[in-house]
Design a binder for this molecule. Structure first.
Ligand code: EPZ
Length: 420
């Protein structure tokens, strides 16, 4: 397994372009099955999770090739709706394929994705929504079998604004006769990006980004015009880089980003004393030498504070002036980075989903282990500010969601490298 080795204490300086969004690319890749026309995706990030999704699509008969930085797909000869076990197990978000396979073939067979490092990740809301569209869904021996050749529109109320369930239901409803409404839909910007992509195929979806999404199914789609789409910028990569600058007293500019998606993140960084100015597609942050106190962070569905930024702010609060409270409302087991930060000198107490952090002047470098994607990013951020050398093991976790995080920080002046 590879490690990231960082010697702390250097303020980040400079400008960097933000990559395309992993959590937009993954459902959009699944949605490429919903057209027989050629697809061309610009700004698609090159990540382990994307590679896994492409492995799944290729097994189903989709042709995929990277050309001049763009990803070109052709699902006109897709021939199977049975997901391959291997990549599906590793990639939890392969569950998005249920909806797109149903929308394309009227059938889907998928390995139950199971839980992961941050929680047991149920899929009851996905199943309930697909069932309301008329699909017959059976789960046996860890395999989910869906049949729904004659899906019909439904009025679906989600008990919780689940991102994946919203995306799965949208993609299945594309193949359902009539007008489907999803109430209490997730409002994440990645869902708007999926809507834009599916409408570019000729489908008729509206309301993504709001709590009610409308899908008119069975629209006539053309298969003779290339469907082109540019993946939106990754708001979590942007937030992670901003945290790196904030924890090191640095001054950076992000380009190719969407400040409008970072409202709650920018608000918390300003609370920590950072000066932040935003233009249409760029953000400039100038941090104080030591972050100021952030009193409370509560993770919530968008536009609330994103759970995917909790770990990174946990690291930032460890060296802030004062005491911070972090409440993780979205996932039940997303504090594994805490024990590792403790090895670097962090001081905090935990009660269930609440952490109380007493900021210390300095963390000290240590050998730590990434237990999940965002926790690994948090440990790297802590290492940027810690005294001495930090080795973050299991860097492969970080590669799932960042195109070489260490190279991004290196470009901003950090003393950082990958080993192994
Ligand atoms: C998406 O996961 C993201 N992944 C996650 O990003 C992100 O943390 C999450 O949304 C929340 O924003 C992708 O988009 C690929 P959810 P998803 O369904 O769709 C419960 C990262 O680091 N729930 O909104 O799985 C669930 O247990 C990853 O990039 C049910 O109870 O998230 C959780 O508590 C991590 N039943 C909550 O909803 C269901 O059927 C949020 O889950 C589905 C979800």
């Amino acid at each position: 397994m590879a490690s990231i080795v960082v010697s702390g204490g250097r303020p980040l300086r400079g400008s960097i372009r933000v990559s395309g969004a992993k959590n937009a690319a993954l459902p959009i890749l699944a949605g490429s099955l919903l057209t027989k026309a050629p697809v061309k995706l610009e700004n698609c990030p090159r990540l382990r999770d994307v590679d896994n999704m492409l492995a799944i699509l290729t097994e189903l008969g989709v042709e995929a090739v990277w050309k001049d930085g763009a990803l070109e797909l052709d699902s006109s000869r897709a021939h199977s709706y049975v997901m391959p076990q291997g990549p599906s197990k590793e990639l939890r978000s392969s569950i998005f394929m249920l909806g797109s396979l149903l929308g394309r073939f009227g059938h889907a067979v998928c390995t139950h994705p199971g839980g992961c490092e941050i929680g047991h990740r149920p899929i009851d809301l996905h199943i309930k929504g697909l069932t309301m569209l008329g699909a017959d869904v059976r789960e046996t021996h860890g395999v989910i079998v869906c049949d729904g050749e004659n899906l019909t529109a439904a009025d679906i109320h989600l008990d919780y604004p689940s991102v994946g369930a919203t995306e799965n239901i949208i993609m299945a409803a594309v193949g359902a006769e009539g007008e489907t409404l999803i109430h209490n839909a997730a409002r994440e910007p990645e869902i708007e990006d999926l809507q834009t992509f599916l409408n570019a195929q000729g489908h008729e979806i509206s309301g993504a980004g709001s709590s009610t999404v409308r899908i008119v199914g069975k629209r006539p789609v053309r298969d003779d015009v290339v469907v082109e789409h540019r993946i939106m910028p990754d708001r979590i990569v942007a937030g992670t880089l901003l945290c790196g600058a904030a924890i090191t007293g640095g001054e950076i500019t992000l380009t190719g980003t969407a400040p409008a998606h970072l409202g709650s993140i920018i608000a918390k960084l300003r609370e920590a004393g950072c000066q932040i100015s935003a233009r249409a597609q760029s953000i400039r942050l100038s941090a104080p030498e030591r972050p100021g106190e952030i009193k409370l962070i509560e993770t919530l569905p968008y536009p609330g504070f994103p759970t995917d930024m909790q770990a990174q702010f946990f690291a930032l609060c460890c060296v802030a002036k004062g005491t911070s409270v972090i409440v993780e409302n979205v996932f039940e087991n997303r504090f594994k980075h805490g024990a590792e930060l403790q090895r670097m000198g962090a001081i905090f107490t935990q009660k269930d989903r609440t952490i109380i952090i007493r900021g210390v002047e300095k963390l000290t470098g240590a050998r730590v282990t990434a237990k999940d994607l965002r926790g690994g990013a948090a440990l790297t951020i802590a290492g940027l500010a810690a005294e001495g050398e930090t080795v973050v093991e299991n860097a492969e976790f970080i590669d799932r969601g960042y195109e070489r995080l260490e190279e991004m920080f290196l470009a901003l002046g950090a003393d950082i490298r990958r080993e192994g």
